[in-house]
Ligand binder design. Structure first.
Ligand SMILES: Cc1ncc(COP(=O)(O)O)c(C=O)c1O
Length: 361
């Protein structure tokens, strides 16, 4: 077997070693069944146990109250860009968005395609999406306010959530769910593709508050209604069983190995501080993001030239630090420091960055 590398990929991303090892040991015989979770009926008692365990762990970790349902859907976070306005837009009220670039813009695009009355309450396009807008004024006559809690491509993150009164917040938390604690109460709906902090690709976690279900229009397709999945415990049709199983193991790792989201948040803060402190105290690498908007999950940086960026990515690869290329739409470099990337990995990256400057700077 080859050497395991440190994966700084933006998603699919690194998974904790203990989770992968557990998957390996259970691959041919899950819990004495003599079969893999991949081979099991999704209607079996065993699989129902797997699914319910994952749901309970998510509820405990995020401290979700009784009013929240946890669902496992398909179609990625990208399908949620459409399902959210389809299910939650109310007659006579507009749907509000904050455009913080890339994925947030795509969410706006889908709401417009569906001919919803879209209000853009704030945008950071004026400074190339390098910050999170502040002091957002919210009109009470809105169906919901959508924001992207962490902007994977731009490397920005909301470190506070706007006060929205009776207007429910809806958030795409694909790239920072389970990275920190937050108060779920103002959120009517949260969604996240699993493939960053929660597990493999193929499953999308949707957390929906009970009162949001009353909004579902009758005339949308069954598979696009949240109520279809709340009524069937995510088992209306065949779910992505294996991905749900791995999500459950990642949640177990968070609870039992890490000790919950307070500890995870503390670790993530230390990881982010380590790399930003370094970036702030030299002038070879440059992080374009305003300080109070910096993402703890995706650290974007530029080198003096594109040639140096290519060398950096290639040489890092050679020493087992992989996945440091920025998104193709913005270029540069990006280190994604999701939960499974530990402090030691970030220390190795910073050491490599220092060494690279010494050899090229
Ligand atoms: C914040 C955010 N939203 C949405 C997406 C799209 O997710 P999916 O590929 O699951 O549709 C991504 C993917 O990287 C993302 O980072």
């Amino acid at each position: 077997m080859g050497k395991r590398v440190t994966v700084f990929n933006p998603g699919p991303a690194m998974l904790p070693d203990p989770v992968l090892e557990r998957v390996q040991t259970e691959m041919l015989d899950f819990a004495g069944t003599g079969m893999s979770v991949m081979e099991m009926s999704h209607r079996s008692k065993q699989f129902e146990g797997v699914l319910n365990d994952a749901v309970s762990r998510i509820k405990r970790l995020l401290r979700l109250g009784e009013r929240y349902h946890v669902l496992f859907l398909q179609g990625g976070a990208s399908l949620q860009f459409a399902m959210v306005p389809m299910n939650l837009a109310q007659d006579g009220k507009s749907v509000a968005y904050v455009d913080t670039g890339s994925w947030a813009s795509k969410a706006v695009k889908e709401a417009r395609l569906l001919k919803k009355d879209v209000t853009l309450v704030a945008s950071s396009t004026d400074r190339d999406y390098t910050y999170i807008p502040k002091n957002i004024a919210i009109d009470e006559n809105l169906s919901y306010l959508h924001l992207t809690s962490n902007n994977t491509i731009r490397g920005t993150q909301w470190h506070y959530f706007p006060e929205s009164g009776d207007v429910p917040l809806v958030s795409d938390m694909s790239s920072d769910i389970f990275s920190r604690l937050f108060n779920p109460e103002p959120f009517g709906l949260i969604y996240a593709g699993a493939q960053k902090n929660a597990g493999p690709s193929g499953v999308t976690i949707v957390i929906i508050r009970e009162d949001m279900l009353e909004r579902t229009p009758r005339d949308i397709p069954t598979m696009l209604k949240y109520s279809t999945f709340t009524e069937s415990n995510s088992l209306y049709n065949t779910p992505p069983c294996f991905a749900i199983y791995v999500v459950g193991l990642v949640m177990q790792w968070l609870e039992e190995n890490i000790g919950g989201l307070e500890n995870m948040e503390d670790l993530n803060r230390r990881k982010a501080n380590l790399i930003y402190d370094y970036l702030d105290n030299q002038d070879f690498y440059r992080n374009p993001v305003e300080r109070d908007s910096r993402s703890w999950m995706n650290v974007v940086f530029r080198l003096p030239t594109q040639e140096l960026e290519q060398d950096f990515i290639q040489e890092a690869n050679q020493v087992g630090l992989v996945g440091l290329k920025g998104h193709r739409s913005v270029g540069g470099c990006r280190a994604s420091l999701y939960n499974a990337v530990d402090l030691k990995a970030v220390e190795s990256l910073v050491d490599f960055m220092k060494e690279f400057v010494r050899s090229k700077g």
